[in-house]
Design a protein around this ligand. Sequence first.
Ligand SMILES: NC(=O)CC[C@H](N)C(=O)O
Length: 372
Amino acid sequence: MKAMLVLEDGTFFEGTSFTGHGEIGGEVIFNTGMTGYQEILTDPSYLGQIVCMTYPHIGNYGINDEDIESGKIHVSAFVVKECVKTPSNWRATQSLPDYLKENNILGIEGIDTRALTRHIRIHGAMRAIISTKDLNVENLKQKAKSLPPMQGQALAYKVSCNKPYIFNNKPHEVDLKNFKWPKNRIRLVVLDFGIKWSILRLLKKYEFEPLIVPATTSYEEINSLQPDAIFLSNGPGDPEPLTEVIQTVKKLSENYPLAGICLGHQILGLALGGKCFKLKFGHHALNHPVKDLATNKIEISSQNHGFCVDISELDFLQATHINLNDNTLEGFKHKTKPIIAVQHHPEAGPGPHDCQTFFAHFKKMVKKHIKG
Ligand SMILES: NC(=O)CC[C@H](N)C(=O)O
């Protein structure tokens, strides 16, 4: 079934749908990972985005029950060069096309994904429409132009949980009136902007007991839970319009040890007085070199962001990591308070594990603070 992908500047790519009819829009981004498509599809940070994989052969190990990062698929559509319909892997329970079809997500193949990627790298991030119903380039270009730009969209509210929950391989809702923290664990309130399950698994591995609460939970409600520390999750969209959250985090930063990943890093940066800007094209990959400025060691990191923060004018903050591809900020800490954050993904779901020391560092920082 013929499908057309049209960018807002009128550039178009022809392909075929492997999931049936559909029409959908979103910001088109490219991910250069060779594997990890199931984690990418289910990562809530991809809400509102059409994901194009640069690796030419996607789907070869199928879909399994363990690699999901949330309860559903969040990407708007999935674009590949060639989709493998008959997977071969001992864990596979389903094929990629069946998985997308079951979840009503449009998947297209036969696209020159490298040409599309080069176009975005040269001309910057763009909105796009994919359609099997309307193949008229001019129509689709107009539709793409009328989509809301990513900048200004408070998408985190759309994927945040509605009720607090704890996590035991999947979410279990809790009634806060009867909630009791377990003994001998670090009490961690997690502000949920669309958290990935691999982050929760790692927090638990590092002795934290995460209590995940909706993004709009107030400072007073969080305070009444008497946590030892706060964690700010990853999530989709622009951090800047999340004004209510930014105000809450500002208050939290005065009284609690804090850590943030990706959108959490950006929200923390804004709450502390930094600025935010959109990158020309996002970082979506499993192989970005990040330099730890304390040790001068280079870590190969997993990345997924389109925005970036600038804290250079805040002398009470210190940059801890930078990206060696484009010198953008990859992490910072407060010079006197127990506050750390990273822009990349130390949980590496998917990706290399070089940056996992972040969780050990967070644990050490909170334990030190508890001891006083
Ligand atoms: N993975 C994330 O948390 C993404 C953060 C933010 N939505 C960005 O695109 O920059």
